[in-house]
Ligand binder design. Sequence first.
Ligand code: ADP
Ligand code: ZN
Length: 742
Amino acid sequence: MYAQVAIEQVPGQLFTYAVPAGMEVRVGQSVTVPWRRIYHRGYVIALSEECPYVPKAEPDAQGDLFGETPAPKVKAIERIEDPLPYFSEGTITLLRWMAEYYDVGFTLALRSALPAPVREGRSQARERYVVAPILPPPPHLPPLSKRQKELYENIVRVDGGLLARLCEEFSTTAPTIRRLAKMGYLTCELREAPRSPLAGRRVLPSKPLPLTPSQAEALDVILREERPVLLFGVTGSGKTEVYMQAIAKTLEEGRDAIVLVPEISLTPQTVSRFAARFGQQVALLHSALSDGERHDEWHRIRRGQARVVVGPRSAVFAPVRRLGLIIVDEEHDTGYKQDESPRYSARDVAVMRAHIEKARCLLGSATPSLESWRNATELGKYALARLPERVGGAELPAVTLIDLREAGKPGEPLPIFSEPLIDALKGCLERGEQAILFLNRRGYAPTYQCAACGEPIKCEHCDAKLTYHAKDDTLRCHLCGRWQRPPAKCPTCGAPLFKTLGVGTQRVEQALAKILPRARVIRMDADSTGRRHSHDELLSAFRAKEADILLGTQMIAKGLDFPNVTLVGILSADRSLNIAYDFRAAERTFQLIAQVSGRAGRGVLPGQVFVQTLQPDHPAIRTACDCAYERFADDELALRRAQGLPPYTRLAALTLTGPDQAALERAAENAARALARTPGLEVLPPMPAPLERKDDLWRWQLLLKSQSSLRIARACHTLLPPDDRISGPIKALLDIDAVFLA
Ligand code: ADP
Ligand code: ZN
């Protein structure tokens, strides 16, 4: 018996090993194999009776004593790491498909299916100290000092937990807590505790709600259909309840479920809704978990101890035993596209995995991607279920469109806030309600320019203007992350005066402080949410009404449900509309307005939305303000069809990067000429990428169109196999079904 083994550290090919007699190897197992005199971890991808490979003699074994070449020998698997496989046959089929479809090496595809702490076999499950308060405290205990009392009360409040975590949370030491245990207030015991992110969180169990007629119908479609189902439901229409009942049904059938959510909406709130319904059966896979937690959650799933997996895009590979259902929530979200190789779309991988494992697939959104919408309407590849109304008759918010061109005074810069929005904000705060303000740009001002010659200050390493951050008086490049102090003199003309142009979230924060000095504002953007928990902390504070206004970038655009929010302001709806090279700009803008306005009026209070724009007549903005998705989709699809753009064609981007501009241009033209020979493939003329320079490297781009992505992948594979693309000074990156054309 022979095994094909993928060795993570040696990508590029699979290796053949002999299975020693008596060793029971199965496909998907993790094994240890020798490779060049070092033992490596590998995964068994296939088994065969015949040896599929004729080994070459090892060069260093040549020329033995008798001057003959020794008979080459296939090496043997050293040992099986774990009898329970890491991958099912279905997952291996899926990874093979992925490797071919996205044109990456198999081993790289496999890598994306394993969280780093699992791959590295780090953090073995181990015993840990668990602290629990004894309640009520037994009588006649020795008295506590003031600090001990405070600590004890804190531990009671959080209902105990892991010793290490409590020490961290309450800035104390293990001996201090142990002393409380010795005194009789607590127990502190060694237990084999899987490090579960949900452990120690108290969640009230929830029961299935009686479904509304449209929810019941949607559930029926989901359970009946063999095709993937697109669940088109406005925000607040009860999609999550439908998800949970579909999951419950799947569990009853003895099968497991995966729920993909955008990274950004993986809030404790989302997670606890699933935990409340399915308790300990829920596993959470999330990059913000500690290594130990990720490691343990993944193995809990593999062992069948957790049967509902909630996580971001990489959870699509979760090692559930018998997949019965995959849900992709907010299926239109661009976060499902991985931005490094393999550049897979988790939504598309989910559809494929469900197909391979004969599981149900459910895509949900209030603003479906045009790809999915077309599949569900024109093509009938998906079934369509609708939830046209909010649950409990809550109205969708009234949307007011404000023409910013008329809001300012002639000759003055555009105002950040129009009068109607300021009035509405004041009214909202007076009533004790909350508001969300949205601006898709962080920093203080996106342009820092010379007041004399008008030249903006640019990054020396990228094709990007630097953003001014007032808080620490820096100019930052949002592309490469480099920062510098503002220069004393203009590098172009030498004048010593600068002005800032444009508006970022920090500047809005400052302006708010002037207009509404008493308003408590939480700002949330990539600059304010650095630490591991601060994203959650900021949201919890806002939920607990510790602030009146939540101000942020797209981070706050989706998934949040705050019943007390009655006002949403989009400060500039144009920002995403004007990206000339992004043919999906209108779609993004529609989604953004619809999703952001979906935050208002989720509770019993009615909601109000203000959209400030310089282009009030743009169809995407108009239809979004009317919440008219279908009208938008019809018009936009007609445009795309006329222009030969996705979803009517497949589009891939081949980006070449290199230090020498002329050599790069030549390489791009050669590649274009070679690819153009493929039948059924349209190659657009090579051009500098929209981001012409990043991190000191030049970038050129070729756009490739075809009816089949596989044809594109194969043509590129023939031109340049994936492993050769990243060697040499010029590197090539292939992005199949490209989403970001930067
Ligand atoms: P969506 O996921 O579509 O945005 P949610 O599932 O969050 O909508 O539902 C919005 C609100 O309506 C939630 O508070 C939810 O608990 C409630 N809800 C959903 N379905 C029902 C139902 N059948 N009966 C009563 N309340 C419901
Ligand atoms: Zn830069």
